[in-house]
Design a protein around this ligand. Sequence first.
Ligand code: SF4
Ligand code: SF4
Length: 710
Amino acid sequence: MRVSGPGRPGGMAVLFAVLALALAALVPAAGAGELDRAGIARQFPPPLVVGEKDDALPVWPILKQQAGSYEVFAYAFESIDFAPIPGFGGTPPDLLIALAPDGNFRDVKVLSHREPVFLEGLGPEPLFAFVEQYAGLSARQPIRVGRPNARAAGASAQTTVDGIAMATASTRTINQSILASALAVARGKLGFGAANVGLSVEAKPDLFEPLGFDALLSRGWVRRLTVTRGEAARAFRGTGVEEGGEGAPGEAVVDLYVALLDVPSIGRNLLGAARHAALMHELGPGNHAVMVLSAGPADAAENPLGETFVLGSVPERVSVSQGGLVVNARDMAVERRGAGLGEGLPAGDWTILRIDSAAGFDPSAPWTLTDRIVRERGQILSEKIARDFSVETTLPGDLFARVAAQEGPDWTESWRARLPALAGIAGMLALLVPVLARRRGLVADARRFPAFRLAFLALTVGFVGYGAQAQLSIVTLMGLVRAVFRTHDFAFLLYDPPSLVLWAFVLASLVLWGRGTFCGWLCPFGAMQELVAWLARPLRIRQVAVPPRLDRPLRAVKYAVLAGLLAATAAGWPAADAMAEVEPFKTAITLSFLRSWPFVAYAVGLLALNLFVYKGFCRYLCPLGAGLALAGRLRVLDWIPRRAECGTPCQLCKVRCRYGAIAPDGRIDYPECFQCMECVTIIQDPGQCVPQVVARRHAKRIVPRPVPTR
Ligand code: SF4
Ligand code: SF4
């Protein structure tokens, strides 16, 4: 008699899926913006005006009337045109982004997405609120997705957006889509360099040359900005400001020395070795320090670092800029007592300004220090008039090295953030594999092994499911199908490290042992069902043994479900995502049952079913289980021990296998075996295994003999 499994109905379903996949390959890849000018205009209503679409890029200038003429308010574009990064559902989200000419986000809106967690479950509102956080942030900075309420907990509001619980992978993908597309537009339209994209430029720490102050000045490594009274007067000419004073026209009203201290040949020579080492330690990797020293004009009130300068603040008068954009630089309030500055420096007030790595500052490119002189015009209701005086610094490129930015691509942050979860999963796998592999060890202990299994399943629900959010799902397979046939981008897998690690293990275990290592031990919903099923005995509920004539066709249903889902996905049917709800994982695990009642009722109903039909969902409906069962047919080992007497005449294991995975002839049906190891415990137990019991009665010793299985 044949063991039931993916017989003809399942095989037909798979054939149907393959045909549908082949047809779907003819469907063009997804990923182009859909808004025309009228659509953009609806998003940016009057008084804003939509200009002509850019000739080279799919970007629309949004114009605003200002003093009789139009100026660019923002550049509007769809993220999918520049960074079609597939989301968790395998389809790229499409966001409408408005980027101001200074590189700040004016607005970000969601046009479309297929992120499962926002389609159903959490609903779209948290996603809308998530993208609203970008307004006002700068595309120059590597914006990260923090934990929920990360900003309130002290994370930088300039470089962090609050994440959403239960949607970590989706929000990181959306963040990456926003940043990558904004940077592409910023480079194309705003002249952004590539310095802040993936690489950071840092001074070579071991390159040092002893140089005196004059040598640094003559090389241009320390720059000087002087403004004489006469130059200032000329700058304010025609403004009504009376520039003059008591000094001579050639007398300096501003006398600043400017130097980038993170270059050792500059910083160490100016500060001395000990102070420079302390400064670098305080500065931290990737950040930059600019020293501004005022040699003290005759008039103390003119000194930008004099009486009005506040330690630890962003200076009012001096600023650092690069590429026409001001870089945030703040006084480090370093200790000014103790070791003095290096030899030869002029006396005067000084500050060391810290430039954070997030500013995208490239010290190997020209940068500018500006001093703003402000004068007042009029005595009553006086008006402030400002004039800027600047000095540019260009340092040799060989003083610097381009190193991978600390944060790396956005997905590396996911891996860093999920390290504890990864360590926990690795620990569980390290525990499980030897237990299963050593079939004469714990598995053979009829008393301790069930307790171990119960505890492990509880850990799978609590840690793998709710803690690490690593419930593998058919949605990932659907995402893979979309990637193969439509988007050709598999990067979405990298944003969910615990699941990816688990997938890697499952693939390896499929090839060696079959589907059961995951389904019997590591699937949180599967474990939850099993725990519910355990309650049947204390609740005195008698579970139903599904008769074979019903069991066989029912088992084929899961293969048909799998085929339908993959075919719908490959064909790009919008209903595919809704069809994936046949899997209750999102409701039960991802959203912890916090969902509308029909979904909760479905998930709870499937769990309750286990009180009557053991693991009914797994055996008859689960598309992921079906996929794993099919892939498990590649299994290379027949590793579950059998005896010659299994099946003929002994039927004990077959009767005790609650998954119906042992054929009447004693062979294991691996696609249906959940590796609960009950039959292994029996076969190793001389008190349970019938041939051994009989042999003992006859004082014989029987050695297990492997029997070929299908
Ligand atoms: S059949 Fe489905 S629900 Fe059951 S254990 Fe396997 S993957 Fe999980
Ligand atoms: S009893 Fe044996 S055959 Fe049945 S599921 Fe458990 S390990 Fe597999």
